[in-house]
Design a protein around this ligand. Structure first.
Ligand SMILES: *Cc1c(COP(=O)(O)O)cnc(C)c1O
Length: 402
């Protein structure tokens, strides 16, 4: 069977280095808030191109802590509104409501599945304090119009970057055969690392939340997350809030949480961060192959035909293909057909947040585009370790669906 995602195979690539890293932590006798975390925070902030990276326990906490910090800073108050895509994983919205802020859901664009930026302005009220963008499925959600809106209404932009580590703002049209421009920097081990030169997701807004859940593009071997920002005060506040609200041991400035990225996970992430660009590129190549070879009228691809003929997807660094999501109005039959033919798929996501029992207060709202997406999407196998044979087989099975 072709697995949706083979985590064992992904981590096996770095087995030696990972075992060394874990051994080093075990032997050190120091398991929280130590050197490994410091190194990871330095490496991540360098990679993303921001002043601060703060390791936290998971992606949901990263987002929760950003809002909690803004409340402590007096930038937001309980009852304020945050604009957020209706089409997202529920964690984006939980981070808002958990802080007793009000999520204001906005429909996505049916081509990108990302927040439709043209619909934001009509949803802004005097209580609106922020816009959360989610780079869903690994595709950047950003535009000049978004930046202008934030400026005009004095809104913070928070990025949910759980699915898109390594994605870049679109550059001038990528030409065939042209590599991304790069910059070189020394990492925490003193080794020179080369990073793409354009601005990355996680460095675009006022703050960003990352998830290193094992199945994400940069996956730990357990839960982990991070906040990135260029705002010194926000960084300090998030760091304190994730550590009981304390900047100095046993002195508590805020009513904080315990949300820390432990040394074991940090050591593992230090190993895997070095390979993220290579892995993302491998995903791009698989996505390009899918797009170029899936030919079935019943299937909608995640890239429109125009883009397919004018861009080389392999050179489009605005997408890191966390998920390769197709649409089909006979989704259940397609999923069964793929399963019967040895191809495992998943649905991201089957129930929209506003239809969840957890959000009874939103159940009566109607978001037709979001609901259509949730009823039609199917995620094909996608990972940096799929063989060419496997990708070809997935295409073959899909093309034979009728
Ligand atoms: C995974 C994910 C999160 C939450 O991250 P965890 O580490 O699982 O808490 C938040 N937002 C989005 C879009 C995600 O995909």
């Amino acid at each position: 069977m072709i697995k949706f995602l083979d985590l064992q195979k992904i981590n096996e690539q770095y087995q030696q280095e990972l075992k060394e890293a874990v051994g080093r932590v075990i032997d050190s006798g120091w398991y929280l808030l130590g050197k490994e975390l410091q190194n990871f925070e330095q490496n991540l902030s360098q990679y993303i191109g921001v002043k601060h990276a703060i390791g936290v326990a998971n992606g949901l906490d990263a987002l929760r802590l950003i809002f909690k910090a803004y409340i402590e800073m007096g930038v937001m108050q309980v009852g304020d509104e945050v604009i957020v895509p209706a089409n997202t994983y529920i964690a984006s919205i939980l981070a808002i409501s958990d802080n007793r802020l009000n999520p204001v859901l906005v429909e996505p664009n049916i081509e990108t599945y990302n927040l439709d930026i043209s619909l934001i302005e009509r949803c802004i009220t005097p209580r609106t304090k922020a816009i959360m963008v989610v780079h869903l499925y690994g595709q950047i959600c950003w535009s000049d119009e978004l930046e202008l809106l934030a400026k005009k209404y004095n809104l913070k932009i928070i990025e949910d970057n759980a699915q898109a580590i390594g994605a870049n703002l679109p550059q001038p049209p990528a030409k065939a055969g042209q590599a991304f421009p790069r910059r070189e920097e020394k990492n925490s081990e003193g080794v020179t690392q080369s990073h793409t030169l354009t601005k990355k997701t996680g460095a675009l807004g006022d703050a960003a939340g990352f998830s290193f859940y094992p199945g994400k593009n940069l996956g730990a071997l357990g839960d982990a997350g991070a906040v990135t920002t260029n705002d010194d005060l926000l960084a300090d506040t998030v760091r304190a809030l994730g550590n009981y609200g304390s900047k100095q041991k046993y002195v508590n400035e805020y009513k904080g949480l315990n949300s820390r990225l432990d040394e074991l996970q940090a050591a593992i992430l230090n190993v895997k961060l070095k390979y993220i660009d290579v892995e993302n590129q491998r995903r791009r190549e698989s996505a390009a192959y899918y797009c170029e070879h899936i030919k079935n009228e019943k299937i909608t691809l995640p890239v429109d035909n125009h883009r397919l003929t004018t861009y080389d997807l392999r050179l489009d660094s605005s997408h890191v293909w966390h998920l390769f999501v197709i649409r089909c109005d006979e989704r259940e039959r397609l999923q069964q057909f793929l399963m019967d033919n040895g191809v495992q798929t998943l649905i991201h996501y089957p129930i929209p947040p506003h239809k969840q029992t957890a959000y009874k207060e939103l159940n009566d709202l109607s978001f037709p585009i979001t609901e259509k997406i949730h009823s039609e999407v199917l995620s094909l196998p996608m990972s940096p370790v799929m063989s060419d044979k496997e990708i070809e087989r997935v295409v073959e099975v899909i093309n034979s669906f009728n």
